[in-house]
Design a protein around this ligand. Structure first.
Ligand SMILES: C[S@@+](CC[C@H](N)C(=O)[O-])C[C@H]1O[C@@H](n2cnc3c(N)ncnc32)[C@H](O)[C@@H]1O
Length: 240
């Protein structure tokens, strides 16, 4: 009996790890979240699927309910996959789930996945580091209201010169952009938003800090801020 906390990558089944595919093809139960697309779930044909993004009544399950569910399943099923978009330990609450399993004495394993923090910039042809442009990149949550209580010191991040990769930032991007400019970034700093990277619904929007607040973006998006966001090194394939 083991609960496997598995990274599903950004959406393209070809970007799963070999270990993830192996576990999906043999598991009894998959508990997945909203961001795991159908082609990835299709790799677990014999498993019972539980959508953790929904509960009766339509609301997502609260984290404590989900932790309890994983403990319960871990005690009653032989192989449980908790499938999370991207990497389980990058803004995925995988840490909380591992802690809950550990506290309950349920064996678990964590299988990393390719985070959207890396895959989404790549899908738009953006190298997050590049000599002479950016020697570091920082992955941040944009979920917190930048005008209210937030742990993210946007002005301080603006001053580092690192590429900023913002997850969950669509709702607050206007306020975030303003704070980055207050922190010293040029209003013309390139900003690229990648919607549903690595899926058939991928859409790339290129703008800058001055204009991003006026651009219509729809979640899920990964938003890249910095000089490198102007690059487009997406594949040039030999089609001849
Ligand atoms: C709760 S976080 C989970 C991140 C995930 N654990 C990871 O490593 O990619 C959800 C956010 O990840 C980003 N995200 C996840 N999948 C994405 C995709 N296919 N394209 C663009 N952004 C994505 C979006 O910012 C979304 O709001």
């Amino acid at each position: 009996v083991t609960v496997h906390l598995v990274g599903a990558g950004p959406g393209d089944p070809q970007l799963l790890t070999v270990r993830a595919v192996e576990l999906l093809s043999t598991c009894d139960v998959v508990v997945h979240d909203r961001l795991v697309p159908a082609p990835v779930l299709a790799l677990a044909p014999r498993a019972t699927r539980i959508d953790a993004g929904k509960r009766r009544g339509g609301d997502p399950m609260a984290q404590h309910q989900l932790n309890d569910l994983l403990v319960e399943l871990g005690r009653s099923s032989s192989t449980v996959v908790r499938l999370k978009g991207g990497d389980p330990f990058v803004f995925g609450r995988g840490g909380e789930e591992a802690e809950a399993l550990d506290a309950a004495g349920v064996p678990y394993e964590v299988v990393p996945g390719i985070s959207s923090a890396l895959a989404a910039p790549m899908a738009a042809g953006i190298p997050v580091t590049m000599r002479h442009h950016a020697s570091a990149f920082t992955v941040l949550t944009g979920h917190e209201d930048p005008t209210g209580d937030t742990d993210v010191d946007w002005e301080a991040h603006a001053a580092t010169g690192a590429t900023l990769v913002i997850l969950m930032g669509v709702a607050h991007i206007e306020g975030i952009a303003k704070r980055l400019v207050v922190g010293g970034l040029d209003p013309g700093t390139p900003v690229t938003a990648v919607h549903w990277a690595c899926t058939d619904d991928q859409r790339v929007t290129r703008t800058d800090l001055a204009s991003v607040g006026a651009v219509e973006l729809t979640p899920p998006c990964t938003i890249v801020v910095g000089d490198v966001a102007a690059f487009d090194l997406s594949p040039r394939l030999d089609t001849g």
